[in-house]
Design a protein around this ligand. Structure first.
Ligand SMILES: Cc1ncc(C[n+]2csc(CCOP(=O)(O)OP(=O)(O)O)c2C)c(N)n1
Ligand SMILES: [Mg+2]
Length: 834
């Protein structure tokens, strides 16, 4: 369908449109049309007021330069179009009793969402000082983009927002995340035509193939085709109408065009388009819900082609503003230097005829206020946009029931994520009736070892299926699309509307969403300080298939740097866990799924690997986040042998963080203990990286005293770390023993090679750890030199062996803690711990 509502003014359309008589739809009575136009004018007035006015909010006296803010900030261009959309959505919410929220894709349209949530009354309810009178208006205007006021975007401070839209591209993925498992919700998602050029947005149109019309809600995309970005035309505005229509049809949507610039005609056209869209959504849903129709609907979407900066100044200083990129930010500037600009601003403000819109006290007139929906139907008050208010705790199985039996340290496991998979499977089934838990991932649930999920659920998929497909169904708890952006955006939308989930991803490729993580962490940081925003479930990353075990993939798949990105964010928001074995992984994930308002990063392995702790010990260790593994060290025996059991200082601390570093550390310790039994070695394992920071930097941080008790004040610490070594130094730089901490980690050496050789290439392997320890220990003399020569020979032997046989040496593959297979020097007794 297409409705053309053009005046003589040229718009950005380059192709004549088939004219549909807008008035033929008669969706609006003349009185309603007039009131809706007045409401739109009120929203536009409040938007311009926010950008410009310091005082004199209703222009009850002539505008003076002192009434204008000194710094003029904000974005006008997108705002009138969004105000137009909002007033029309209010009408259909009332008419069809819709449960609807609004996503402001071009989030720089903050003045629009603030203006509308103020007009509908929500704003004053959450911020009573911004009252519905002249004093409130003045504060509303002043706070916008003003020190200690509110940001210019659709930020967490704005009621009704789940999407700040500062970084463009994620609106549609957030919208879909919000409607999964919310069958009665419709998300009206405004997408900027510039935003639509971003990669994440371009692929988000495909989200319609993952929506179940029976059990999920609907998204109504509204492409805001105002023709321009900041300084350029928008691509979608410069392709032919036919091409644009075909593009969206190709994506599986039914585009409804509303095009023009004459307000009266456009009101009619927009109302008709929305009526049509809602009718189609309802009928598609009924077909699926009542008639069991299983074909994918071609959901409606709206293309709103209107001038950028609509109703604003047409020309300033001889340059076109309305309908051009110059409308993007503040259209009339330098008012203090150019008095004629003050007059232009006054004329612009007066064009909205505020005296017709607000009563003597400055309150929106009752007949206009009546256009807004009531109570929680108002988009600013809809609880879906304050998801924590709807959050229902997950039904959690007891993670201890999934414990791996670890009668002694070093027993071989099946792959830590495979154990976790069974726990997540049962989280899924226990919450099946609540429908508030989903797992997201780009095609990797199976390859990350979480195959147990498919014992109880499927991948949700509403495109074609073939008999040979596996685990695809119209409804399911697993969401897989090969776009990390979609997985992240869907999950964020799901969490922000009060549900729970996990994003499982290859460690290297989670970097694709570094920036989305940044934005979500910023949202959480701001939201947790806003009293009316209720805490939401944490965003849980499960990074399996990590840097150390990319056996078939090699260098491109080896990158542990996501942690570095994460730790830059506010300590109150981020948590990073590296459980060394399956029981620890279970304990950590149980904690993460119960937590609120965090981003939790959990890094775990999927390959068979040694298990260290019984479930009881794992729970204690993970609760502490860091601990001395007395069973692995020998400081107690060493001291006793030296006749000084009271002295608790070891000679050497071998620390580890991550599953592979833990394995290599324990293998290194077994070498040291076999060859230097008199050496007092302490083994420290770190699960919670934030323990390394001081408590002033992170709430989990160890005090200096506690840190010194674990790492000593002056003994060498050989620290085997999963990620880039610099990070440990960054976290521990202020500790008294920092100069003695020698970190081994990923040094960007990678290729397709054996698992052990990956550690050798990066000097994280047992031999290099021991070599470094010897160099750091005083008085090693001849014994140390002999061991070093032997280990250097071992490294050469390792290279010769893998090049010849293409796998690790048997003594590496079969190495087990506590067995007498530490390499024995001539005459050296092999180590067999008790
Ligand atoms: C990912 C990203 N890149 C760049 C920007 C800077 N930026 C802010 S607004 C804008 C233009 C947006 O144009 P459009 O989506 O068409 O919005 P509208 O015309 O409605 O203002 C750009 C490039 C951004 N916010 N996000
Ligand atoms: Mg635009």
């Amino acid at each position: 369908m297409s409705a053309s509502a053009k005046s003589a003014m040229p718009t950005n359309a380059d192709t004549p449109l088939p004219a549909v008589a807008a008035t033929s739809t008669a969706a609006l009575s003349p009185a309603l049309l007039a009131n809706m136009d007045a409401y739109w004018r009120a929203a536009n007035y409040l938007s311009v007021g926010q950008i410009y006015l310091f005082d004199n909010p209703l222009l009850r006296r002539p505008l003076a330069i002192g009434d204008v803010k000194r710094m003029l900030l904000g974005h006008w261009g997108t705002t009138p179009g969004q105000n137009f959309i909002y007033v029309h959505l209010n009408r259909i919410i009332k008419q069809y009793e819709l449960d609807m929220i609004y996503i402001c894709g071009p989030g720089h349209g903050g003045p629009a969402v603030v203006a509308n949530t103020y007009l509908e009354g929500t704003y004053s309810e959450v911020y009573p000082h911004i009252s519905q009178d002249i004093a409130g208006l003045q504060k509303l205007f002043l706070q916008f983009s003003f020190p200690v006021g509110i940001p210019s975007h659709a930020s967490p401070e704005c009621p009704g927002s789940i999407h700040e839209g500062g970084e463009l591209g994620y609106s549609l993925s957030h919208a879909f995340g919000a409607v999964f498992d919310n069958p009665d919700l419709i998300v009206a998602c405004v997408i900027g035509d510039g935003e639509a050029e971003t990669g994440p947005l371009a692929t988000a149109w495909h989200s319609n193939k993952f929506l179940d019309p029976a059990t999920d809600g609907a998204v109504l995309p509204i492409l805001h085709l105002n023709g321009y970005k900041i300084a350029n035309p928008a691509l979608l505005a410069r392709i032919s109408h036919e091409e644009l229509e075909q593009l969206f049809r190709g994506y599986g949507w039914t585009p409804i065009f509303v095009e023009g610039d004459d307000p009266a005609l456009m009101h009619e056209a927009m109302a008709a388009a929305l009526d049509k869209a809602i009718a189609q959504i309802k009928s598609d849903q009924q077909d699926a819900r009542l008639h069991g129709k299983r074909t994918r609907p071609r959901w409606p979407m709206i293309v709103l082609r209107s001038p950028k900066g609509w109703t604003g100044p047409k020309f300033v200083d001889g340059k076109q503003i309305e309908g051009s990129f110059r409308a993007h930010q503040v259209p009339i500037k330098d008012l203090r230097a150019h008095p004629e600009h003050l007059a232009l601003l006054e004329t612009w403000l007066k064009s909205y005829r505020a005296e017709e819109l607000f009563d003597a006290d400055g309150k929106l007139r009752a007949e206009l206020a009546a256009l807004a929906p009531l109570g929680q139907r108002r988009m600013g008050a809809n609880l879906h946009a304050n998801g924590g208010a709807l959050l229902v705790d997950l039904q959690m199985p007891d993670f201890r029931d999934y414990a791996v039996d670890v009668p002694k340290p070093g027993v071989r496991g099946i792959g830590d994520t495979r154990v976790l998979g069974k726990f997540l499977r049962d989280v899924t089934s226990l919450n099946e009736s609540q429908r508030n838990f989903r797992m997201f991932g780009p095609d990797e649930t199976l390859s990350n070892g979480l195959e147990a999920m498919f014992e109880v659920t499927q991948r949700q998929w509403d495109a074609k299926t073939l008999p040979n497909d596996e685990f695809l169904a119209a409804t399911g708890r697993v969401m897989e699309m090969l776009s990390e952006h979609q997985c992240e955006g869907w999950l964020e939308g799901y969490l922000l509307t009060g549900r729970h989930g996990v994003f499982n991803c290859y460690e290297a490729f989670v970097h694709i969403v570094d920036s989305m993580f940044n934005q979500h962490a910023k949202w959480l940081d701001v939201a947790r300080k806003i009293p009316w925003r209720r805490p939401i479930a944490s965003l849980n990353y499960l990074l399996a298939s990590h840097v150390w075990r990319q056996d078939h993939n090699g260098f491109t798949h080896q990158d542990p740097g996501f942690i570095d990105v994460v730790v830059n964010k506010k300590a109150q928001v981020v948590r990073v866990y590296l459980p060394p074995d399956a029981n620890c992984l279970l304990s950590v994930m149980d904690h993460c799924l119960r937590s609120r308002n965090y981003v939790n990063v959990v890094i775990a392995g999927k390959h068979p690997a040694p298990q260290w702790l019984s479930m009881a010990a794992a729970a204690v260790h993970c609760a502490a986040g860091i601990g001395i593994w007395h069973w692995a060290g020998n400081e107690k025996q060493g001291h006793a042998a030296a006749g000084n059991a009271a002295d608790s200082e070891p000679d050497l601390v071998m620390a580890c963080c991550g599953d592979v570093p833990t394995l290599e550390t324990l293998a290194a310790v077994s070498i040291l203990r076999a060859h230097m039994p008199e050496l007092k070695v302490r083994v420290v394992n770190v699960v919670d990286m934030m323990k390394l920071q001081p408590p002033t930097e992170h709430p989990h941080g160890l005090t200096d005293t506690a840190f010194d008790e674990i790492f000593t004040k002056d003994k060498p610490v050989i620290f085997a770390f999963h990620g880039y070594p610099r990070l440990i130094h960054q976290l521990a730089y202020s500790r008294s023993n920092h100069n003695n901490i020698h970190v081994h980690g990923y040094k960007e050496e990678g290729t397709i090679t054996t698992p052990f050789d990956m550690t050798v290439l990066n000097e994280l392997d047992r031999f290099h750890l021991v070599l470094n320890a010897i160099d750091r220990l005083p008085n090693m003399a001849e014994k140390g030199e002999a061991l070093k020569r032997m280990l250097e020979e071992k490294l050469l032997e390792h290279k010769r062996y893998i090049v010849k046989f293409g796998e690790d040496m048997p003594e590496i593959r079969s190495w087990k803690w506590g067995e007498s297979n530490a390499p024995a020097a001539d005459g050296g007794a092999p180590f067999v711990p008790a």
